[in-house]
Structures are given as structure tokens and as C-alpha cells.
Design a protein around this ligand. Structure first.
Ligand SMILES: NC(=O)c1ccc[n+]([C@@H]2O[C@H](COP(=O)([O-])OP(=O)(O)OC[C@H]3O[C@@H](n4cnc5c(N)ncnc54)[C@H](OP(=O)(O)O)[C@@H]3O)[C@@H](O)[C@H]2O)c1
Length: 320
């Protein structure tokens, strides 16, 4: 028998979640049945999209059930195996985050070949960019944003990033080589700051934030600009619909193409991307930051820090 602690959604948050919306419970796992494995999670991720799953609303990802352990990306080690294809010590990734250990049928997990990368790398979320453009990235120092900035730089783009705080600005400029960085928390007018950073305008906007960032991008967009809508974190805790983007009409005359995407619709590219990532990493071309919080009991706290910008790079919870 293995004991595991797990974080359950106790109540649905209204606005910014609080610790009271979560509860920690202890469960006992039996030995895995035939075809199943028992896994001890080493790492789990907390991600902004999980906020949407805390609402009882129809979306691309089903709502978390009240009173049950939440789900999310995790990397763990097989400790007991009831399947001859898996042995203790194998590293697997799964969607059984928010818990220390679990039993699952082997069809519910994927074995990982780390290709020399640290295992927690497999929790990073990424997206490709079109080549040859001036690229603007919001939440640029975050897990997604910092990868997007580097990929765009590796492909020879001029990149403009936006992030909150001097440390994040320094990292983007000095360590990632981002051409222009806007500290959106310090500038009086984000629209003017983007105009100054990209006087020629932008061709691609990688949207992570929404609100004023989207308005600034619409304002600076050149004709036929493309906006990849990855996320809009500034709106996830809104209790009333936001008023903007107030200048959306610019999209007509500038013939802007906006396209939202969900990473799971592009898993066909995942293996090729892992190989690129491993190659860039081996060549020392890739840097990333991680903020690590230790212990399942602190997972809600780690999640909440995403909304105050207290994470620097990928926010992870270390479980072993
Ligand atoms: N479409 C998909 O499949 C997909 C997959 C993964 C992630 N995403 C989206 O990608 C975005 C980034 O996710 P991530 O996991 O990489 O998180 P992250 O960027 O590592 O962390 C979130 C960051 O967002 C910034 N932020 C929070 N509230 C903000 C606000 N009100 N205004 C401006 N910035 C704010 C903070 O950075 P500062 O300190 O710079 O403010 C914070 O550190 C999110 O919008 C997420 O939903 C989408």
C-alpha cells in the first residue's frame, strides 16, 4: 500500500482564487492491477489554463470536479509495474499532476526519453512562429514566452518582449538577446512604449496576456500582421467581461489575421520539437528559468503566484 497526498478543488473560485478553494487529502493506493503501473510523481506543473478548469464552464478542457484531485502535467517514476512493457525506474509523463503518486493503466501515460534534457523540461509548453518578421511577445520571460523569444531569435527575427520588473527585463535582454524589452509595469503608456521599441511596426504578435497588450499590438501591427493567440492571462480572473480590445477595428484595415491555438491540437509536431529542443540545448543555445516550489501542499500557492508574476520562468512543483 502506498500513501499519496493530493490537492482537490474544494470550491469554485470567483475572481482570483484563494487557498480556501483547495484542500489537501491523503489517499491509499492498492497494488496496481494487471496492465497498470504505480507512479511516484517527481515534478508537476501549474499552468494558467488551469484557472479556466476551476470554473463550471464549457471549454476546450473539461472543468475540474469538486471534491476530486485536479489534473495536470506531471513527470514521475514507475515504482511498481503490472505491465511487462514498464519497469520500476522508468520515467513517465502523464496528466496525473496535483498528487504525489497514482495508479493508472499504461495507456494513460507516456514513457519519456529525456534526450539529455532534465526531466522537468517535458512540462514546458511551446509554439512555433512564422519566419522573417518583427515579433512581439508578451509575458516574455515566462515559460512559454521565453521559449518563443529564443526560437524567434534563433530563426533571425527582431524580437520585442514585454515583462514585469527589472530582473525579468535584464534576463531577456542580457541572457536571451531579446532586442527590445518593455517593462510594462514601469512604463506610463504601453502603446507608446511599443511604438518606440518597434518604430517600423510588428508583423507577428505572440499573445499571452490580452487587454492593453493586445491593444498595443493592434496599434503597432503592420499590414497583414499575424497574431498567434496563445493565452490572455490578464483576463483569467475577471468577474465581468473586459471592455476591449477597444481598437479591434484596426484589424480590418490592416488585414490582420488572428488565430487562437491550443497546444494539444498540434501534438503531431511534438516529437520534432523535442528533437530541435534537445539539439539547441546540447549546443548551449537555449536558456530557461524555473521557479521551484517544494511539496504538494504548496501547489496551490505555486499556482497563485502565476497571477502576480512571482514566478520567473516555468513554475514547477517538486514532489520528491
Ligand atoms: N494555447 C495553449 O495551448 C497554451 C499552453 C500553455 C500556456 N498558454 C498560455 O500562455 C501564457 C503563458 O503561460 P505560461 O505557462 O508560460 O506562464 P508564465 O508566462 O510562465 O507565467 C505567467 C506570467 O504571466 C504574467 N502575468 C500574470 N498576470 C498578468 C497580467 N495581469 N498582465 C500581464 N502579465 C501578467 C506574469 O509575468 P510578468 O511578471 O511579466 O507580469 C507571470 O509570470 C498564458 O496566457 C497561458 O494561458 C497557452
Amino acid at each position: 500500500m502506498t500513501t499519496s497526498r493530493e490537492v482537490r478543488l474544494k470550491s469554485r473560485p470567483v475572481g482570483l482564487p484563494t487557498a480556501d478553494n483547495f484542500e489537501l487529502a491523503t489517499v491509499t493506493l492498492p497494488a496496481p492491477a494487471a496492465g497498470e503501473i504505480q507512479v511516484r510523481n517527481d515534478w508537476m506543473t501549474v499552468d494558467p489554463y488551469m484557472r479556466g478548469r476551476m470554473n463550471d464552464a464549457k471549454s476546450y478542457s473539461a472543468p475540474f470536479a469538486l471534491g476530486e484531485a485536479m489534473h495536470g502535467g506531471a513527470v514521475g517514476t514507475v515504482i511498481v509495474s503490472g505491465d511487462e512493457g514498464f519497469k520500476p525506474g522508468d520515467l513517465v509523463q502523464s496528466n496525473y499532476g496535483w498528487r504525489e503518486a497514482f495508479n493508472a493503466h499504461t495507456s494513460m501515460v507516456q514513457k519519456i526519453d529525456t534526450m539529455g534534457l532534465p526531466p522537468q523540461t517535458f512540462l514546458l509548453r511551446v509554439a512555433g512562429l512564422k519566419e522573417g518578421d518583427v515579433v512581439f511577445v508578451s509575458a516574455a520571460s515566462g515559460a512559454v514566452g521565453s521559449m518563443v523569444c529564443q526560437i524567434a531569435k534563433l530563426k533571425g527575427h527582431k524580437v520585442i518582449g514585454s515583462a514585469g520588473g527589472a530582473d525579468k527585463v535584464r534576463f531577456l535582454k542580457e541572457e536571451l538577446g531579446v532586442d527590445e524589452v518593455i517593462d510594462y509595469k514601469a512604463v506610463p503608456d504601453l502603446m507608446k512604449a511599443l511604438e518606440a521599441a518597434a518604430p517600423e511596426g510588428i508583423d507577428v504578435y505572440f499573445e499571452n496576456v490580452g487587454g492593453e497588450h493586445l491593444e498595443a499590438a493592434l496599434n503597432s501591427a503592420r499590414p497583414f500582421a499575424r497574431f498567434a493567440l496563445c493565452g490572455m492571462i490578464s483576463m483569467y480572473n475577471a468577474t465581468t467581461p473586459p471592455p476591449g480590445p477597444r481598437n479591434i477595428a484596426l484589424a480590418v484595415g490592416k488585414q490582420i489575421r488572428m488565430e487562437g491555438f491550443i497546444v494539444s491540437s498540434h501534438y503531431d509536431l511534438l516529437q520534432a520539437f523535442h528533437h530541435d529542443l534537445a539539439e539547441w540545448h546540447a549546443a548551449g543555445k537555449l536558456k530557461w528559468k524555473e521557479t521551484v516550489v517544494e511539496g504538494i501542499e504548496r501547489a496551490p500557492e505555486a499556482f497563485l503566484k502565476l497571477f502576480s508574476g512571482e514566478n520567473f520562468g516555468k513554475m514547477l512543483v517538486k514532489l520528491t
